[in-house]
Ligand binder design. Structure first.
Ligand code: GTR
Length: 431
């Protein structure tokens, strides 16, 4: 390494040997060094490629041997067979394990919550929807934060309406209440057309998606003690907390059928939606889109993004304890199939994109297949997912368990939403 650094030092010195001819503004690079520079760049890029291959595997044959914790055996070795045992023993213990090692605690206590309708339009979307912009103000120990919930309720369909809530970290333009911007990332018009209320909130209202500012809002204001704890709440947990406050509102709005509410998230939002669904049994459907590492994908496969990489790049998403599993996945007492299992028997939908290998579509499907055994073996819901990864754009819609792989890149698109709505139609027996 030292040798490489010395070569590179020399080369950079030469690279920057310019001769400037002020008179005619010509800049001339010392060409006799180009051969050495080219050699050096080639050397460096092959070193980076080597490192890349080592750290991020995209080769199925290089997935390590692994064994996964069993959903049906409790921590003290008890066999889990009945819904009673699942709901009172295994599921709570799994949620606790995810709190301790992955996402951190999710404090649910506060002193007061108030909802204010700050803007509405009963003729939104050309009369098809009732727009409500609601400020949700939460107070604890004399301090308060406010998050904004955006909601379009269909006007021309039966009410109360089932609802899809999107947790979003992307440009707020994606959830434009004026609808001057209509982006397929949140196709509110299509949802309304199909009789669903479209709801969304931006994560920056509860915890900014930035390592420098994520503590502002709920962490410093409402739950500062969490920041001192190794298993304290961090960014993803705060976003799940936000989704739960949106649910608090749905339960009070007579236009919304809160018993038919789906929480949806893309990528980092998908990790948060899974955590929401595992924590909060009020959600009828939990949807994860391209959630990958720390979301639906099995960590032990080490395919695409790894725990070490995600903790390094996004140190504010997971609780501090998650760092213990950097390059140490086998030591985890859980894997992500058990997060999916924790959502059972409520419905779960996992969506992937064919070109999104970073998020490991196969690992996401395996996790869904293994986690969804709970529906079958504990609740007797006939779900037995195939061994093979389903074909691209051949959705698999079983009772309570949905899956598809969209053709294309890492994104949330109209195709994905249409499948989520098909699945909800089937679950709620709507046309
Ligand atoms: C990536 C990150 C993923 C995923 C994604 C996203 O950079 O590595 O885990 O969350 O961002 O949120 O789009």
């Amino acid at each position: 390494m030292h040798a490489i650094l010395s070569i590179s030092h020399l080369a950079w010195q030469k690279f920057f040997t310019f001769e400037v001819f002020n008179s005619n503004h010509l800049l001339e690079i010392n060409m006799y060094n180009t051969a050495q520079i080219t050699f050096l760049l080639l050397l460096l890029s092959s070193l980076f490629a080597l490192y890349g291959q080592e750290e991020f595997n995209y080769d199925e044959s290089k997935v390590p041997q692994y064994s996964l914790p069993d959903p049906f055996v409790s921590q003290n070795g008890k066999l889990i067979r009945t819904p009673q045992q699942w709901e009172h023993l295994r599921r709570p213990e799994l949620v606790k394990l995810f709190e301790k090692h992955v996402y951190g605690q999710l404090p649910k206590d506060f002193d007061q919550i108030t909802f204010s309708l700050v803007n509405e339009d009963t003729q939104a979307m050309g009369g098809n929807a009732h727009l409500k912009e609601v400020d949700i103000r939460v107070e604890r120990n004399g301090k308060a934060i406010t998050m904004r919930l955006l909601l379009f309720v269909p006007q021309k369909k039966d009410k109360p309406a089932p609802v899809f809530l999107l947790i979003t970290h992307r440009d707020p333009e994606n959830i434009d209440p004026t609808r001057e911007s209509k982006i397929d990332f949140w196709p509110a018009e299509e949802m309304v057309e199909r009789g669903y209320a479209a709801a969304a909130f931006h994560v920056m209202d509860v915890s900014d998606d930035s390592k420098d500012t994520f503590t502002e809002d709920i962490l410093e204001t409402l739950y500062p003690e969490q920041l001192q704890m190794e298993d304290g709440m961090r960014g993803l947990g705060a976003w799940a907390w936000g989704a739960m406050r949106a649910m608090d509102y749905f339960e009070r709005d007579k236009d919304i059928d809160a018993s038919k509410a789906a929480v949806v998230g893309h990528s980092r939002g998908g990790k948060a939606s899974l955590w929401t669904g595992a924590q909060d049994t009020r959600w009828a459907i939990t949807v994860s889109n391209d959630s990958g590492c720390g979301g639906a994908a099995l960590s032990r496969r080490k395919f695409g993004e790894t725990i070490k990489r995600i903790n390094t790049n996004f140190p504010y998403w997971f609780t501090d304890n998650f760092n213990h599993f950097n390059d140490n996945e086998d030591a985890l007492p859980i894997d992500q199939h058990l997060l999916i299992a924790s959502i059972a028997p409520r419905a779960i939908y996992v969506a992937s994109a064919s070109e999104d290998q970073w998020a490991d579509p196969k690992g996401e499907f395996l996790s869904l297949k293994l986690g969804s055994r709970v529906y079958h073996e504990i609740y007797g819901i006939p779900i037995n997912l195939p061994d093979r990864l389903p074909e691209v754009e051949v959705p698999l819609h079983k009772p309570n368990v949905g899956h598809h792989i969209r053709e294309g890149k890492h994104n949330l698109e109209l195709y994905d939403w249409e499948r989520f709505m098909d699945f909800a139609d089937q679950l709620y027996q709507r046309k």
